[in-house]
Ligand binder design. Structure first.
Ligand code: AHM
Ligand code: MG
Length: 348
């Protein structure tokens, strides 16, 4: 039996020790999230057994059906974060407004945003789902946090990550010092380092997109996807298709094996389906830290200045050359109005 392992706690504190000014607050915030992940993972594992699957009968703010585990995951994240004194405000994909911390708790210096259980339509069929989180330093000057603390462009994130509840539970995070992955060992209840410094391949093996939307995309997106089919061999070598319909699982596979995930705008979702703050921005931070990239098709995701908590965005994310190929194709074939509130766009 292996006796030398690196726990997430040891790894984070070793990373932090490199910075003499670090106070440990961000590290502790990451442990809080790791604790929430263990609680959610345990609930998901038990779900099939205790028959708590199924709709809770209440819609979320996007009018989508909310599953019971969505509620449990949302409450778990809030409970693990709100009383620590490290957080000034929270924000969840499942709630309409910002979530203030309790009045009797001192406000901390971080704003935390999360999608407590992404891909929840996959729960009933026992496919992978995940929790996505994003952390910003507060910008409001005093008191409890405000909406201004959460409406920040992704390039200001101090940390982001996701937990994937799959055949095993994994936690992947970045604090801007590379991307690191941990697997939960259920026998000892610890996340153990398994993927230090993840670098995603420059060119991917896979493309991941919901092709049932093909007829609803504009011509430029169709053309880019035809490239992935292998129909434009001079521009793009054909790729294998993989799509689960669970962003965390689709993104994770492509991060490790190389690939591009796309959820473009379509006639049903003219601004895209995925949420900028809870899905696109944190995943974009991770992708860039792994030497991949992320755009809304044309513009860098991390430069978009959010104007609303539940703003949606088209998303093209993954291996750098594949994301660049999509941007080149869209630029050549379409003149798309730039989304409002975009900072100076980085050259891809
Ligand atoms: P959710 O936040 O309501 O779970 O929706 C987001 C999910 C993503 O995980 C996934 O990439 C996408 O929706 C799949 O959408 P579709 O079923 O339209 O392909
Ligand atoms: Mg989601």
């Amino acid at each position: 039996m292996q006796t030398s392992v690196t726990t997430i706690e040891k790894f984070i504190s070793e990373q932090e020790n490199r910075y003499p000014d670090a106070t440990g607050e961000l590290s502790n915030l990451l442990y809080d999230i790791a604790l929430a992940a263990k609680i959610i993972a345990a609930a998901i594992r038990r779900a099939g057994l205790v028959n708590i699957l199924g709709s809770a009968g209440s819609g979320n703010v996007q009018g989508e059906e909310q599953q019971k585990l969505d509620i449990l995951a949302n409450e778990t994240m809030k409970n693990c974060l709100s009383h620590t004194g490290r957080v000034c405000v929270m924000c969840s994909e499942e709630e309409e407004d910002i979530i203030p911390i309790p009045a009797n708790v001192d406000a901390g210096k971080y704003a935390v945003l999360f999608d407590p259980l992404d891909g929840s339509s996959n729960i009933d069929v026992n496919s992978a789902v995940g929790t996505i989180f994003s952390i910003y330093r507060r910008v409001s000057l005093e008191g409890r946090g405000t909406v201004e603390d959460v409406l920040q462009p992704g390039c200001r994130q101090v940390a982001a990550g996701y937990v994937m509840y799959g055949s095993s539970t994994m936690l992947i995070y970045t604090t801007g010092q590379g991307v690191h992955g941990f697997t939960l060992d259920p026998t000892i209840g610890e996340f153990l380092l398994c993927h230090p410094r993840i670098i995603t391949p420059r060119v991917g093996r896979y493309y991941s997109i919901n092709e049932s939307n093909f007829g609803r995309w504009d011509k430029a997106v169709q053309q880019a996807v035809r490239g992935f089919h292998g129909d434009r061999p001079l521009e793009m070598a054909g790729k294998n298709s993989r799509y689960i319909g669970s962003l965390v699982a689709d993104f994770h596979r492509n991060l490790i094996a190389g690939g591009v995930f796309m959820y473009p705008a379509d006639t049903k979702n003219p601004r895209g389906k995925l949420r900028l703050l809870y899905e696109a921005a944190p995943m974009a931070f991770i992708a860039e830290q792994a030497q991949g990239s992320a755009t809304d098709g044309l513009n860098r995701i991390l430069d978009i200045v959010p104007t609303a908590l539940h703003q949606r965005t088209p998303l093209v994310i993954g291996s750098r050359e594949d994301v660049g190929y999509v941007a080149d194709t869209l630029r050549r074939l379409q003149v798309s109005p730039r989304p409002t509130g975009t900072l100076e766009t980085s050259v891809l």
